[in-house]
Design a protein around this ligand. Structure first.
Ligand code: GTP
Ligand code: MG
Length: 344
């Protein structure tokens, strides 16, 4: 990692796609936990944020990622629900994202919320890759736990490989119908012009090394300038959820995408009627690789730097709204900050 690594923030990766196509399972595989099992009927009902450090990424990606090639600190994943009734949450995830993973079940191909997700990505001009998930369900598939996908495909019979290719080319065709030129990721040279398709299994982790490698490569190559923020500046973020936290009253779960927030900061939060001016009482963070939505034990911290998920405890948050902006005042002009929050 280079000397300037402190000045680069974690890229935010939104995971979008149709219900049950495997978004949460894929994230579970990456963070080695099981959020899906804790969800009602395994349907994701909220947005969740999980920080995955570079060491974890390079461990999973094995030979595909050399940590010395990267000076980004890791990736912050935003899991979104695929159920049709949660379209605001999907938009919010898309709006926060620097980059996105569109998860598509290889058997189902494009479905209504796949199309909706594509529309969000077009509207927000978010670069994305496609995770063509559940390759292990192709009849006759011979699983190779955790292996890079091309290596695993080489070990399949010609018939299985043919069946997989049929499914993948159908998805590539559907992407083309939406105006995107797409191809298998290993044939893509310019990820800004072409959408890379990564065949994966969230179940067996085949292709997960590839997915992580492509995401890190994309972030590093195309977004380094955007990631070079004033990490010490007054923070900016978005409210994901407003909820009661035992011992703290009404709190907000937020994603910080710029600067820092400190335990003694004054903040302005978008409210039901007017912006709320309040002072941070406590900043709470899930353990690394834990997810803000389901974590029960939080650690009190003095400062959080972008990008990160953080639970903010402060007085007067009852009228805070999911989706509303949060700004740290610190050395800024308070009226200007209030006006900024009002405008968003
Ligand atoms: P929503 O959050 O409700 O939109 O769903 P999701 O996209 O997060 O899907 P989820 O991860 O909950 O997975 C749905 C079902 O598909 C679960 O039963 C998973 O075990 C299964 N599943 C996910 N990925 C794979 C995969 O790669 N292979 C197989 N065989 N099953 C998978
Ligand atoms: Mg889910």
């Amino acid at each position: 990692a280079g000397d300037e690594s402190n000045a680069l923030r974690t890229p935010i990766v939104a995971v979008l796609g149709h219900v049950d196509h495997g978004k949460t399972t894929l994230l579970d595989k990456i963070r080695g936990s099981t959020v899906t099992e804790g969800e009602a009927g395994a349907i994701t009902q909220h947005i969740g944020a999980t920080a995955v450090p570079l060491e974890t990424i390079s461990e999973m990606a094995g030979s595909l990622v050399n940590p010395d090639d990267f000076d980004l600190p890791g990736l912050l994943y935003i899991d979104t629900p695929g159920h049709h009734s949660f379209s605001t949450l999907r938009s919010r995830g898309g709006a926060l994202a620097d980059i996105a993973v569109l998860v598509i079940d290889v058997n189902d191909g494009f479905q209504p919320q796949t199309l909706e997700a594509v529309d969000i990505l077009k509207r927000t001009q978010t670069p994305f890759i496609v995770a063509a998930n559940k390759v292990d369900t192709v009849p006759g598939w011979n699983p190779n736990e955790g292996e890079p996908i091309q290596q695993s495909i080489e070990q399949q019979s010609d018939r299985v490989e043919g069946d997989l290719n049929d499914r993948l080319y159908k998805i590539i065709g559907q992407l083309s119908d939406e105006g995107f030129s797409a191809d298998m990721y290993w044939r893509v040279q310019n990820f800004q012009k072409n959408i890379g398709v990564v065949p994966v299994s969230a179940m067996t982790a085949e292709g997960v090394p590839d997915l992580l490698t492509v995401l890190m490569g994309l972030s590093q190559r195309y977004m380094k300038e955007e990631m070079a923020i004033d990490v010490q500046g007054p923070g900016a973020g978005t409210v994901l959820e407003v909820k009661d936290t035992q011992g703290f009253g009404t709190t907000v779960d937020a994603v910080l995408y710029d600067g820092t927030i400190r335990a003694d900061d004054e903040i302005i939060v978008g409210g039901l009627n007017a912006p709320i001016t309040t002072e941070v009482r406590a900043l709470l963070q899930p353990r690394p690789l834990a997810e803000i939505r389901t974590e029960k034990q939080f650690e009190k911290v003095d400062e959080v730097s972008a990008a990160a998920g953080v639970k903010i405890a402060a007085p007067d948050l009852d009228d805070a709204m999911a989706g509303a902006p949060i700004r740290v005042v610190r050395n800024r002009n308070k009226d200007e900050v209030v006006a900024e929050v009002e405008k968003e």
